[in-house]
Unconditional design. Structure first.
Length: 221
């Protein structure tokens, strides 16, 4: 199925979540909107080689072969061992059997600070609620991003209270323990890839994300 809103002459962006289910959501900013175009995933024992191929095969005819990739900082944790997830997937997209594919992959999350769930939730709520003037708005392809759409609808938040009585928000990740074949459509895995793509400094700086417990919706449990 052809993508309605893609500009083949502009670079792509992607959010990636690394785990035994690896999730990738690709997007492209156009005007005032960030368009989520297509989702990809692999399930263990598949690895970055298969994931890279899925991406390249789908975007074979894309003319501007540049990908800016955002991801969890844990993808860099093992970079010193030369087997970190971030560079492994980068190489799987940029090369096939040692030969360049023509793709350039920019790792946008090097030296990234911790993304606290409370602040990520507040930011995503502001962005999807379109409550901040000037902040990019979102469009999600319901045909090519079915799992992402389900994941966002399934995602719930827990409120935890520590020994001092301080409350904090945490994502309910219980669905991410489902049997692996059920996770793409029935778990919240894809919502993390979504989060890594939107939670960037030039977007976040427009929103106050600190301790926003007011106006919480039924997704809070």
């Amino acid at each position: 199925m052809a993508l309605r809103y893609i500009d083949h002459n502009a670079k792509l962006e992607a959010g990636v979540d690394f785990s035994d289910m690896c999730s990738v959501v690709t997007a492209q900013p156009r005007g005032n909107y960030l368009y989520y175009l297509k989702e990809f995933h692999t399930l263990a024992p598949e690895n970055e080689i298969q994931l890279g191929k899925k991406f390249r095969d789908f975007y074979t005819h894309h003319k501007n072969k540049v990908l800016d990739r955002y991801y969890d900082r844990s993808g860099n944790q093992n970079s010193k061992t030369k087997r970190d997830w971030a560079n492994a997937l980068k190489n799987a997209i940029a090369f096939e059997n040692g030969v360049s594919t023509g793709w350039t992959v920019n790792l946008m999350s090097l030296n990234q600070a911790t993304i606290y769930q409370e602040e990520a939730f507040a930011f995503a709520k502001a962005m999807m609620g379109e409550t901040t003037p000037g902040l990019m708005k979102l469009k999600i392809d319901k045909f090519q991003c079915k799992c992402l759409k389900n994941s966002l609808e399934l995602t719930k938040i827990k409120i935890k209270t520590d020994a001092k009585g301080s409350k904090s928000l945490h994502k309910d990740k219980s669905s991410e323990s489902l049997p692996i074949l059920l996770r793409p459509i029935y778990s919240t895995n894809y919502s993390d890839a979504f989060k890594y793509l939107i939670y960037r400094s030039n977007f976040v700086s427009q929103v106050n994300t600190h301790s926003q417990f007011t106006g919480m919706d039924p997704s809070v449990v």
